[in-house]
Design a protein around this ligand. Structure first.
Ligand SMILES: C[S@@+](CC[C@H](N)C(=O)[O-])C[C@H]1O[C@@H](n2cnc3c(N)ncnc32)[C@H](O)[C@@H]1O
Length: 541
């Protein structure tokens, strides 16, 4: 068997037999996540070393400029769109690559470019790399790996040059904080007090559990619904209702059907219906019961995020899927995973029961997908939601939220200057996740449309380049509270919720004035774990 037929036969099994949607999730993840990138670098080193031991080769001495030029050329080419076109393109490129390989070292680069083009359209790049490794001559394989590394690296490093989108008037930069750097959101132009800095839709949002299923608020955009106007979900174990057809459809295709509905996820021609409907219903009912008993938003946010990612990836592969399912968070090439990957998170563990319930729901919707929701992945996502979610408080929020029964340190908090006790729900926002806290913030989140759409408003004039801050907690001085008590209250809340000791200018200057108190209640910023100990001590005092 020739090399060509080896590549085509092995690869063709997946291509021709129709790609099962979930294969892509794992490859996509690996292509984008840190572990995969590490693996790539290791592979590259191995090949480099081996080539260095063998005789010098023309292709081994390609300069980074030559490589970049070649990569840019491939990137500028149009990609085939339909699955048939992609399949045809793949076959042609692999065939040409194989032929060019036989023409000698001078043709190694063009050969590698053909293999690289084929790799770009292949749904399971990791699998294909393994195949290439076994079938493509080593110097050519090395160039393919170099191209892949450069592409992935530039994609990763180029993120903040296109995100946030220019029309949001902000940028993510870094600020030196002595013992390291902290990411900040900075103004990209001057703003006047009262200006709208930007508006942002959530990546995912969830109603507080006491409102979910009550029929009073839209489960998708969180808008309050007038009595009698709620549109019930067609088929939903959580009892979701919507304010409009638009919200109903978006919710269904982005996550609701996967988590709480009963329609098959893939069309029968792509995959026979693999679900056991009774089991799927049972798994969803168990998850809903858990959500209701736990009463916390984070598991719902995590499961909605996972489902949205699955819907998003599936939509890319399945012709005829609603474009709403693949609706990007921002324009551009970056996906949900790119956005969430860069966010900081709180180290957390989640109950084994919760991991199992979410996995069961996903597995019963699309068998095989459960390995996408490992306990580690769910814990990281939960930590990201807990760290970054913002409380949704239209009109300043509500005052009928049931008082929490958990111990103060176990209560769920979302970042909001109005106080978590006033929110109707919370959301994860790709851009607003980067806003740091200040006890004297220069901006505030507002929900003027009555939905989870966040409008960031300037509290005072802000100069281009200045850091934008919001208050994560209620930083006002309450009636009857001294400034010292107010400072202590907000700092305890910050430490309990997000485990950091606030270093905003207001805390620093007040702290300097209250030097004695600072010694006892402001822990060393280097060791955030000490904050918890301080909080415990303060609680007892
Ligand atoms: C949601 S993230 C904000 C973006 C973050 N600075 C980053 O580098 O990605 C929140 C985290 O930033 C840090 N942070 C935000 N405001 C702070 C403040 N006023 N003082 C100290 N740390 C702060 C804390 O570690 C906090 O948990």
């Amino acid at each position: 068997m020739t090399r060509t037929s080896t590549v085509l036969t092995v690869a063709g099994v997946t291509l021709i037999s129709g790609v099962l949607a979930y294969a892509v999730y794992f490859d996509y993840k690996r292509r984008n996540d840190a572990t995969f990138r590490k693996k790539l670098r290791k592979e590259k080193k191995k090949v480099d070393k081996h080539l260095a031991r063998s005789q010098g080769d023309a292709s081994a001495s390609l300069s980074p400029q030559e490589l970049r030029q070649a990569l840019e050329k491939v990137r500028s080419e149009d990609m085939p769109v339909s699955s048939e076109q992609r399949e045809q393109f793949f076959m042609t490129q692999v065939g040409m690559g194989e032929q060019l390989c036989t023409q000698g070292p001078a043709f190694h680069l063009p050969a590698a470019l053909c293999f690289y083009r084929a790799l770009r359209v292949y749904p399971s790049p990791v699998e294909l790399i393994v195949i290439y490794q076994k079938t493509v001559p080593e110097p050519v394989f090395k160039i393919v790996m170099d191209l892949m590394n450069m592409d992935v690296k530039e994609r990763v490093e180029g993120y903040y040059s296109t995100f946030p989108p220019k029309d949001m008037n902000v940028k993510v930069t870094q600020r030196d904080i002595g013992e390291g750097k902290r990411k900040i959101l900075a103004a990209a132009k001057d703003f006047k007090a009262g200006d709208v800095i930007y508006k942002e839709q959530p990546v995912v949002a969830a109603l507080d559990l006491d409102l979910e299923g009550k029929g009073t608020h839209c489960s998708h955009c969180l808008r309050q619904i007038q009595k009698g106007m709620a549109i019930p979900a067609e088929d939903d174990r959580l009892g979701a209702v919507y304010c409009s057809k638009d919200c109903q459809v978006k919710s269904k295709v982005q996550y609701q059907n996967i988590l709480f509905g009963s329609e098959p996820l893939l069309p029968p021609e792509l995959a026979p219906d693999m679900t056991n409907h009774e089991e799927r219903k049972k798994a969803q009912e168990a998850f809903v019961e858990y959500l209701r008993n736990r009463g916390k938003a984070v598991p719902l946010l995590v499961s909605k995020f996972l489902a949205r990612q699955i819907a998003h990836e599936t939509a890319k592969m399945v012709p005829g899927t609603s474009p709403l399912a693949a609706e990007p968070v921002t324009d551009g090439d970056y996906t949900l995973y790119d956005h969430i990957e860069r966010l900081r998170y709180l180290e957390t563990t989640i109950p084994e029961e919760e991991v199992g319930l979410v996995s069961e729901v996903l597995k019963n919707a699309l068998p095989g997908i459960e390995s996408f929701s490992s306990d580690e992945r769910q814990a990281i996502l939960a930590g990201k939601m807990a760290y970054n979610a913002i409380g949704v408080c239209p009109g300043g929020g509500r005052d009928d939220k049931p008082a929490p029964t958990d111990r103060p340190e176990d209560q769920e908090r979302a970042r909001t200057p109005y106080g978590t006790s006033r929110q109707i729900g919370c959301g994860l926002y790709a851009v607003s996740s980067y806003i740091n806290h200040s006890c004297d913030p220069n901006a505030r989140p507002s929900f003027g449309s009555g939905t989870a759409e966040l409008t960031l408003i300037a509290n005072r004039d802000i100069k281009e380049g200045e850091e934008i801050t919001i208050a994560y907690v209620d930083v006002s001085q309450h009636p009857g509270e001294t400034p010292v008590e107010a400072r202590r209250r907000r700092r305890i809340e910050l430490a309990r919720g997000w485990r950091f000791a606030c270093t905003c200018p207001k805390c620093m200057s007040e702290g300097a004035m209250e030097a004695n108190e600072r010694d006892s209640d402001v822990p060393d910023q280097k060791d955030e774990s000490k904050v918890e100990a301080v909080v415990q001590r303060l609680e007892g005092s």
